[in-house]
Design a protein around this ligand. Structure first.
Ligand code: G3P
Length: 217
């Protein structure tokens, strides 16, 4: 399963990419709005750092505007994937941009039928939001299972990008289900590294080693 960082923060991205486990980045207008500076420069630097798919979202809500913004975002870097919201205009824009060879991530997906439509119009990625469904007492991971089942029945190449991830259990479930990608906030990725038994075990190894060196000295 590929691991993306769901962030527009260069510090977070630059600290995690050297670990060799990051395959791409997703941003959205809320995430980029938090970052000071020009969003085009930020996106360019993110692309140069991760050298993998980097989703950048349009803010236009009409078809023509989405096309214009999508084409423009795609000129920033070859790694840019244009993100469009799941609306009728977004679906039309996905079809048009995909047919021009621009990769599209259809976002704000909350149902299997929305995912099916996104796949039919050639989305490279579909982004179901699991955390926001959990927030309204609906199983986010249940939706991932349904989408994977539907995509498996046909020859869609659209990848299932699990978004709105809030904790490591979402990652475990996504990987067990065979989701293509999980995009996670940096603190959730950091949490994957922590285990108290690893820390205790390492401390014990080092202490035992030191003790033995002192006896031999
Ligand atoms: O990038 C879209 C998605 O991951 C947002 O997550 O936590 O705002 O629901 P969240």
């Amino acid at each position: 399963m590929k691991l993306f960082i769901d962030s527009g923060n260069l510090k977070d991205i630059e600290s995690l990419v050297p670990l060799g486990i990051i395959d791409g980045i997703t941003t959205n207008p809320s995430l980029l709005a938090k970052e000071p500076g020009d969003y085009r420069e930020i996106l360019k630097r993110i692309c140069q750092t991760v050298k993998g798919p980097t989703s950048a979202e349009v803010v236009a809500t009409d078809f023509d505007g989405m096309l214009r913004e999508g084409r423009d975002l795609a000129t920033i870097d070859d790694h840019i994937v244009v993100k469009v919201p799941f609306t009728k205009d977004g679906v039309r824009a996905c079809k048009a941009l995909s047919s021009e060879g621009i990769r599209v991530n259809v976002t704000l997906v909350f149902s299997p039928t929305q995912a099916l439509i996104a796949a039919k119009v050639g989305a490279t990625f579909v982004s179901p939001f699991v955390g926001r469904l959990d927030d309204i007492a609906t199983s986010g991971m249940g939706l991932i299972g349904e989408i994977l089942e539907i995509f498996d029945n046909y020859e869609f190449t659209t990848e299932v990008l699990v978004a709105s991830v809030r904790h490591p259990l979402h990652i475990v479930e996504a990987a067990r289900m065979g989701a293509d990608i999980c995009t996670c906030p940096a603190p959730v990725i950091e949490s994957m590294f922590r285990h108290p038994l690893t820390d205790i075990g390492l401390e014990r190894f080092l202490k035992d080693w030191e003790k033995a060196q002192a006896v031999k000295a």
